[in-house]
Write a protein that binds this ligand. Structure first.
Ligand code: KIV
Length: 267
């Protein structure tokens, strides 16, 4: 039987060069399936606002929504380590609300850790949350909650000056006590430099193969998100046409009177 994955496993995996496989997940049945496949870490990402709720970006996502989805994932009793995203405005305004909201994702949601976006600017927040014994995953580079500052979803850390800033951010995050960091949308060589510099695990998305692990949004790898498919996504299934065919067949059966049959009925 697969054992429960804890924060200690990620340090070991980095030290032993074992890559860490992470996917986002937002619901009970999918959490059960992906846990059965042996995923190391499940991220209940605020990407739920885009791929499930249909928003254009993650900014509208609320704490209530994050707790709801985290609870649903935890009902599958996954062996994987579950991290829940702190949504926009739940940790930026003051340390007290950051601590309270991180606590709620653990206490009500059942997550084992929280993730927040930012580098040196959130070091104090990371310290405040880790001081409560809540593990924190940081997230630097292309940080979707900073969409308006970045002027869109653009690759970050391209020049040497920007690269140096991101390296300094990564070091500040590690010093503040984060157990891991997501590197999103940065050049692969920079991701390699950060990964070599840090003793905590780096999890890449659009950051190339030199990170300690990788994360992708589940709906992207399953072909369920038709809006936009970034270059860094690898699609492992094309479920939209399969769902289209199933739903169309159901409609045709109902309209044509071929469903339900006697065998679907009670006597
Ligand atoms: O919300 C999310 O899904 C994320 C990943 C893309 C890293 O933050």
């Amino acid at each position: 039987m697969q054992k429960k994955i804890t924060i200690l496993d990620f340090q070991r995996m980095k030290a032993e060069g074992e890559k860490i496989a992470v996917l986002t997940c937002y619901d009970f049945p999918t959490a059960g399936i992906m846990d059965g496949c042996g995923i190391d870490m499940i991220l209940v990402g605020d990407s739920v606002g885009v791929v499930v709720a249909g928003h254009d970006n993650t900014l509208p996502v609320t704490m209530e929504e994050m707790i709801y989805h985290t609870k649903a994932v935890l009902r599958a009793r996954p062996k994987a380590f579950v991290v829940a995203d702190l949504p926009f405005l739940s940790y930026q305004t003051d340390l007290t609300s950051a601590r309270m909201n991180a606590g709620l994702l653990i206490k009500d949601g059942g997550a084992a850790a929280v993730k927040l976006e930012g580098g040196a600017n959130v070091a104090e927040t990371i310290r405040a949350i880790t001081d409560m014994d809540i593990p924190v995953m940081a997230h630097i580079g292309l940080t979707p909650q900073s969409l308006h500052r970045m002027g869109g979803f653009k690759v970050q850390g391209k020049g040497e000056e920007q690269a140096e800033k991101l390296i300094a951010d990564a070091i500040a995050i590690e010093r503040a006590g984060a157990f891991s960091v997501v590197l999103e949308g940065i050049p692969m060589s920079l991701a390699g430099r950060i990964t070599a510099e840090l003793s905590i695990a780096t999890i890449g998305i659009g950051a190339g193969p030199l990170c300690d692990g990788q994360v992708l949004v589940l709906h992207d790898i399953l072909g369920l998100c038709s809006k936009y498919s970034p270059k860094f996504v690898k699609r492992y299934a094309d479920l939209a046409p399969i769902i289209t065919e199933a739903v169309s067949s159901y409609i045709a059966d109902v309209k044509g009177g071929t469903f339900p049959e006697e065998r679907h009925s009670f006597k």
